[in-house]
Structure formats: C-alpha cells, structure tokens
Design a protein around this ligand. Structure first.
Ligand SMILES: Nc1ncnc2c1ncn2[C@@H]1O[C@H](COP(=O)(O)OP(=O)(O)OP(=O)(O)O)[C@@H](O)[C@H]1O
Length: 304
C-alpha cells in the first residue's frame, strides 16, 4: 500500500474547509484539481478527501513516460503452462500451453469499479496521454483504443471520482495543462500553510513538543518568505520535518547553542535557500540562515 495512504492527516481549518467543499464538488460529479507549490499538502488533502468518499482509492503518479497502455492496461509477457499426464503408466502425455498475461491499467480499473482516483502531479504526463481524461469527464466513457480490448469503450461507473494535483507550470518537468481539461475541472489553488498549521503537523509527525515545533516552523517559514519575496521557491514543510525528525532522533537541543543542531539546519536548508535567494556567494546565504537561526533559537534552551 502507498505509504502516504496509511498516514493520518493533521487537520487544521484550511484542511477542513477545503475537504468539505471538495467532497461536495466530487459528489456532484465534478473533478477537482489542487494546484500549488511543492509541499503545501495537495496530496495529503487529496487522500483525506478520498477517504471521506469511502470508496477504494487508486493513486496514479504522473510522469513523462506515461502511456495509454499504463492507463488502460497491457499485455506484459507470457505464462507457459506444462501439463504432464502419466495416468496410464505406459503413456506419457504432455500438454504445453502459452497464455498472454494481461495487466489492467489503473484508470480502467478505477473507472470500471467506481473507485476514487488521485492523479498526482498529472501535468508531468504528456498532454496527449491525458486526453483520455477528456472523454472520461465529458462523455462519461473511457475509450479503449489501441488496447486490444474487444469493446471500443466502457462506461464510467457512477461512483467514480477523480482528484488531480499539480505543481505550477514554471516547475521543471511540468507540461502546460490543456485548457480543455482545465475547463472541465474545479481548480483550487493551495498555498503554503500558516506557521500554526505547520507546527501542528511537525509536532504530531515528529513527536516533538509544541513550542519546539513552533520555533522550527517559524524559522523555516521566515526563510521561505525571504525566498518568496524574490519570487523564488523557498524551503517548505518537508525541510521543517527533516529538522524536527533528526533533532528528535539525535536528542539535540533545539537551541542556538547546540552546534550539532545548527549544522543540521544548515545541511537541510543551505541549498534551497541559496537557490531561492540567488545570491552570488554561498557565504551570503549561510549568513542569512545563521542570522535567522539565532533569531529563532537564540536565548532559548528548551532542551530535548
Ligand atoms: N495536513 C497534513 N497532515 C499531516 N502531514 C501533512 C499535512 N500536510 C502536509 N503534510 C506532510 O507534508 C509533506 C508534504 O505534503 P504533500 O506531499 O501532501 O504536499 P504536496 O503539496 O502534494 O507536495 P508535492 O507538490 O511536492 O507533491 C508530506 O510529508 C506530508 O505528509
């Protein structure tokens, strides 16, 4: 099972509001699309919503090499069956049969059985591959062209729902979304969570005290804001989770006096902050992190 499927979501007001609206839209037959920068919780909320629909969940990960065969299914080799019949001792009968193995595609499976499909990062797949979704959404049928099926199409089950997620088109490896597809879904723009929501997630997921989580979330979000002010991406909740998890595991002091903790923060943040701030010299990014580090954790000795 997908690891994220088993994870418990930490709900906060944004998650609750988005979830309730999305469930309404999906129940009325409209696909929903969460878009936004990396790490804002698109996949987590999509999974949370999907669980509310109480149907089996299928997660499809968009990628450049995705083909119709991946979505609809394909033959993936042969199985050889050898039957040896030695019932009458003097007669040995051997029968060999070959059978093509059919692997059903995830979209076909979901459409046929009325599952909830999460199509994560769907703009990483080529637009021509995603064209299949136009028929699914608009006509309520899944065309089976080029798939060796006897039928030309199958009807979409009435319980089938679909949630798309994507990163903005300026991200590397992301295709522009076709207008025709966008026009048929409700697109909700998700933004970075506020520091309170992030610290609740840190505290629960890394099992650290609330005030420590607040300090780490505030520190990372200040650095992120500095990068965003240059219209660049900054460190997100994943970076904050790394800091929280490793510092807890290594029993570091969440304090400016702990050199090991400071090194951990630099290791996790320097590359992203430097990319975001676009300074010529790395030492400038390092100074920025050190300065924010002192502001966030200086004078504090909150221990473990
Ligand atoms: N509400 C939440 N509760 C618990 N964990 C969360 C929540 N929101 C985000 N996270 C955690 O934060 C990290 C990023 O979340 P998620 O993968 O949902 O973001 P995303 O917007 O889909 O990112 P990407 O665009 O990179 O796929 C994950 O480790 C996830 O488990």
């Amino acid at each position: 099972m997908n690891k994220q499927l088993e994870q418990e979501i930490v709900t906060h007001s944004t998650v609750d509001e988005i979830t309730s609206r999305t469930v309404d839209y999906l129940k009325n037959g409209f696909p929903v699309h969460f878009t936004g920068p990396t790490g804002v919780g698109k996949t987590s909320i999509a999974l949370h919503v999907a669980k509310k629909l109480e149907r089996p969940i299928v997660v499809l990960q968009g990628h450049e090499e995705m083909t119709n065969a991946d979505l609809l299914g394909d033959f993936n080799g042969y199985t050889k069956k050898l039957l040896v019949d030695n019932y009458v001792r003097s007669v040995m009968k051997k029968e060999e049969t070959m059978r093509e193995n059919w692997q059903e595609g995830l979209l076909l499976e979901a459409v046929k059985n009325g599952y909830t499909l999460i199509y994560d990062e769907f703009t990483r797949s080529k637009p021509e591959t995603n064209n299949l979704f136009l028929s699914v959404i608009e006509e309520g049928v899944l065309p089976l062209y080029g798939s060796k099926h006897k039928e030309k199409w199958i009807p979409v089950h009435e319980d089938f729902s679909i949630i798309f997620t994507s990163n903005p088109s300026e991200y590397a490896g992301v295709h522009e979304t076709q207008d025709a597809l966008l026009d048929r879904m409700i697109t909700m723009e998700l933004d970075y969570m506020d520091p309170e929501a992030e610290s609740a997630i840190l505290s629960q997921k890394a099992e650290i005290a609330e005030e420590q989580a607040e300090m780490i979330a505030g520190f990372v979000s200040n650095l992120r804001d500095k990068c965003l002010s240059k219209s660049k991406q900054g460190p997100g909740i994943r970076a904050a989770l790394m800091i929280a998890t490793v510092s807890k595991d290594k029993e570091m002091n969440i304090s400016a006096e702990d050199e090991e903790f400071k090194q951990l923060c630099i290791d996790v943040l320097l590359h992203t902050v430097h990319k975001g701030m676009q300074y010529e010299k790395k030492s400038r990014s390092l100074s920025l992190i050190t300065q924010e580090f002192k502001k966030a954790f200086g004078g504090n000795n909150n221990g473990k």
